[in-house]
Ligand binder design. Structure first.
Ligand code: NAD
Length: 453
């Protein structure tokens, strides 16, 4: 018995009927999504508190406001984004109308992770709805509070013949992926990304893969250590480190490390107090499995700040490690928790070599008072996104695309990038039905005089 067959058939029929195509229908769905966010703000905040001990401030800044802004942006620009885009013409098509039409892809699947369980399900959804698709949403089974709100409440705000939330973990997701979709948008880790892409390949279904990795953070000798420590600590320990674009490790000289450590300690105490465990501003680890994985990483290198943990509460203190070896697990896997290893390098060149020897990260950060150092890092490396003296690039602007490169993923979204991701860009040329004389230039026989073209 296939639990998804009926739902998918219903959505396919709805798409086939053409009802998702008009701008008015798309706008209605987007308005519904906006209402869902406004009406259920408190419910979502409570769910995020339950799932990740996320404070209201972090929930607003990194989830709810971003979703609301995406809805507003899509509504404001929907007609412009949907317009046919005229392209440059050559003499041969002077009398024709030549343009790119953005048409919906059909039935799309969005698979989301748990770390920003509202943002990472609803921001892609905005793009998919704006582009006129029918959508199946698969939230993460680990963020249970949010999953419940998305499954029970969200459908009430959208046209249920064109939209469905399906539930389940790895097994159900694999079963779902046996079906043919017209697009799969996946956010998660690179191992699962490979499973998703292999399943999609069976149907030749295109994918966006928003994956993770180890994000380097280079700190130059020429810097103000306290400013750097504040910015790095804030973003490393935000959401208890469970952020795909958080700095994963610091690269700096031994001298800079000595200046940075007291500054990091001051930043952590200022943000979370003497006892971070009692701070309402610090999140918790999503599951016991992830907690145990992270506790294992605390054994790498030498703990110089933090290091405490408590399984009953899935609490891990904001931690800094030094004397870390490249071969240790903390430098082999994406940390995805409140642990920050520092690795020593002697120069900018050595840092760049270190980064370029590894998989391309999702994010890369460089901190320096020298613009030249920051620019060199930007020019000589590759990553999905880049931050010079700043760590929360992706949060601010929907005009900047979010997406990885190489092992950190493929494709991009936010704002108009989302609309384009979920649209087929159809090359269209409309010729007048007459003027046959012009077309005769192309027809055989290709006599000798015609070979001169
Ligand atoms: P995950 O890959 O374990 O899970 C993501 C989704 O895939 C979930 O809905 C889950 O149910 C499903 N899934 C899990 N295992 C599966 C399997 N074997 N077969 C089929 N489906 C499966 O990821 P996660 O732990 O939820 O999230 C953490 C990862 O996501 C990190 O690597 C992080 O960097 C990455 N991430 C990336 C971005 C980005 O924007 N690039 C954003 C957030 C998280």
């Amino acid at each position: 018995m296939d639990p998804f067959a009926d739902t998918l058939r219903r959505l396919r029929e709805a798409f086939g009927s053409g009802r998702t195509r008009p701008a008015e229908f798309r706008a209605e769905q987007l308005k519904g999504l906006g209402r869902f966010l406004r009406d259920n703000k408190q419910l979502l905040q409570e769910a995020l508190l339950q799932d990740l001990h996320k404070s209201v401030f972090e929930a607003e800044l990194s989830e709810l406001i971003i979703c609301q802004n995406e809805v507003d942006l899509a509504l404001k620009n929907l007609h412009t984004w949907m317009k046919d885009e005229p392209v440059a013409k050559s003499l041969l098509v002077k009398l024709d109308s030549v343009f790119v039409r953005k048409e919906p892809l059909g039935l799309v699947l969005i698979i989301a992770p748990w770390n920003y369980p509202v943002y990472l399900t609803l921001v892609p959804l905005v793009g998919a709805l704006a582009a006129g698709n029918c959508v199946v949403l698969k939230p993460s089974e680990l963020s249970k509070g949010t999953e419940k709100v998305l499954a029970k409440v969200l459908p009430q705000y959208l046209d249920q013949s064109c939209f469905a939330v399906v539930l389940g973990g790895p097994q159900e997701t694999r079963q779902l992926l046996e079906h043919k979709f017209d697009y799969v948008f996946f956010t998660g880790n690179p191992r699962v990304g490979r499973i998703v892409m292999a399943a999609a390949a069976k149907h030749l279904t295109p994918v966006t893969l928003e994956l993770g990795g180890k994000n380097p953070c280079y700190v130059d000798d020429d810097c103000d250590p306290q400013t750097v420590a504040n910015r790095v600590a804030w973003f490393r320990y935000f959401n208890s480190g469970q952020t795909c674009v958080a700095p994963d490790y610091v690269l700096c000289s031994p001298d800079t490390q000595e200046r940075l450590l007291p500054a990091l300690q001051r930043a952590i105490t200022r943000f979370y107090g003497e006892d971070p465990r009692s701070s309402p501003s610090l999140g918790r680890i999503i599951s016991e499995k992830h907690f145990r994985r992270l506790r294992g990483l605390l054994g790498c290198g030498r703990v110089v700040i933090g290091g405490q943990s408590d399984e009953s509460d899935r609490y891990i203190a904001p931690t800094v490690l030094v004397d870390v070896q490249e071969t240790e697990p903390v430098m082999q896997e994406e940390i995805f928790g409140p642990i920050l290893p520092i690795v020593n390098v002697r120069s900018l060149d050595e840092a760049i070599d270190f980064i370029n020897r590894r998989e391309k990260p999702l994010a890369l950060y460089a901190f320096s008072n020298s613009n030249q150092v920051v620019t060199q890092m930007l020019d000589r490396t590759s990553s999905g996104i880049f931050g010079g003296n700043q760590g929360f690039v992706h949060l601010i602007l929907p005009s900047l695309p979010l997406g990885g490169v190489g092992n950190s993923g493929m494709g991009r979204y936010r704002g108009k990038f989302s609309f384009d991701t979920f649209s087929h860009h159809r090359a269209s040329l409309l010729s007048p039905s007459g003027l046959e004389k012009l077309n005769e230039l192309y027809y055989p026989p290709y006599t000798a005089s015609r070979q001169q073209l």
